[in-house]
Design a protein around this ligand. Structure first.
Ligand code: PMP
Length: 402
């Protein structure tokens, strides 16, 4: 079936997203094909999910093998893959414990419960406050949505109590917000959905010091920045700051729904037996995928590739943003393979995506005005050049907003 025939069924989906009329049917590496057989360079990367590219043969084989061996038991039982993956992931990240889930928002819900419950368990019952940042993104379930400092996503929704918001990358604002009733502060090491905003290293170090001085916990949301995306295994490594716990999702499963809350030893008694749980978290199929991804990333040096190809991509985008003949592109943002070009307010970033698609390249929008490139971590310099070329050709074709 081709695009047109398949699209006749689109009316059955709730109209929550704005998809283009290309129905995706097959992928390989950084390339994806729609149902009419049209090929695209996928620099949307499934929104920073494709750690090893589409259908990496080793990942596909690991999933197929596990699917034919043992798919699910629930957490009533340990499984071999879960235990092996927990060991590998804690060794790789430096955290001591892990709790598995299926989505990013779910890992952040676990952080909220851990942060509150740890203080409760330790007799700090007054510590219920949470400090988050404006323009952050932490997910769509109600706890994570409350942490998400973007009112447009919260409109009309029930929210949890005791959450305050401060400007990101503003240490004085954080200083004013953290009190003796703060349970934890949550931050993205780079605000991704907010528009790819990287803070100063001094900011993250300063927040760590404030939390330590005042007895509050510090959590990082590494859902988008983790798993090599920014040129280090975790986004935290740019600053060297170690949070008390962090969330991981997206790249950890490379397309298989998998997430994790990574926890330091200090907090490992925060959620006693029965305090939290999920049916699918850490199931052997997901953990087999996770193990394969860690192996592939190691064998193919993908964190380094993200740093090297990301630096090249960043340089090309810098040149593009500085090019006076392209007034729609005003600024390059990002690190590693999380890169963006901010589009001038007179233009619509979505129109740029449309024109790029005509050139055969897919991207996404972050923060409303940033064209985001978050490709597979095994993308090449040649592919990066092709993506930049597509933006170069697309920008002059985009008309000013009416
Ligand atoms: N945190 C961050 C930083 C994210 O970028 C996202 C997704 N864009 C989420 C949490 C939510 O993840 P999920 O969509 O898997 O629930």
């Amino acid at each position: 079936m081709g695009n047109r025939e398949l699209l006749e069924h689109a009316s059955h989906l709730l109209p929550i997203y704005r998809q283009p009329p290309n129905v995706m049917a097959r992928g390989e590496g950084s390339r994806i094909w729609d149902a009419d057989g049209r090929e695209f360079l996928d620099y949307s990367g499934g929104i920073a999910v494709l750690s090893v590219g589409h259908c990496h043969p080793k990942l596909s084989a690991a999933i197929a093998k596990q699917a034919a061996t043992l798919m699910h038991t629930s957490n009533l039982f340990y499984t071999d893959k879960e235990l092996l993956f927990a060991e590998a992931l804690t060794r790789r990240t430096g955290f001591s414990h892990v709790y598995f889930g299926s989505t990013g928002t779910e890992a952040n819900e676990a952080l909220i419960k851990l942060g509150r419950r740890w203080h409760f368990e330790h007799g700090h019952r007054e510590r219920t406050g949470i400090v988050s940042t404006w323009k952050s993104f932490h997910g769509r379930t109600l706890g994570a949505l409350t942490l998400t400092g973007q009112p447009k996503y919260q409109e009309g929704m029930p929210l949890i109590s005791d959450v305050s918001y401060v400007k990101y990358d503003d240490l004085a604002a954080m200083d004013a917000a953290i009190t003796d009733q703060t349970a934890f502060v949550i931050l993205e090491p780079i605000q991704a959905e907010g528009g790819i905003l990287a803070p100063s290293d001094a900011y993250l170090r300063g927040v760590r010091e404030l939390c330590d001085a005042r007895g509050a916990l510090l959590f990082f949301d590494e859902v988008q920045t983790g798993f090599g995306r920014t040129g280090y295994f975790l986004g935290r490594e740019h600053s060297g700051v170690m949070p008390d716990a962090c969330s991981l999702a997206k790249g950890i499963g490379g397309g298989f729904p998998l997430s994790a809350m990574m926890v330091s030893k200090k907090l490992s008694d925060g959620l006693p037996v029965g305090a939290h749980g999920t049916t699918f978290g850490g199931n052997p199929l997901a953990c087999a995928a996770g193990l394969a991804i860690l192996e592939i990333m190691e064998e193919e040096n993908l964190v380094e590739n993200a740093r090297v190809v990301g630096a090249h991509l960043g340089e090309q985008l810098d040149a593009l943003a500085k090019d006076a003949s392209l007034p729609a592109a005003v600024e390059r943002r990002g690190r590693g393979l999380l890169q963006g070009v901010r589009i001038a307010p007179e233009y619509d970033a979505r129109d740029v995506l449309f024109a790029m698609r005509e050139e055969g390249v897919l991207a996404s929008v972050a923060g409303g005005d940033v064209v985001r490139l978050a490709p597979a971590l095994n993308t090449t310099r040649a592919e990066a050049d092709r993506a930049v070329e597509a933006i170069r050709k697309a920008l002059p074709r985009v008309a000013k907003k009416a």
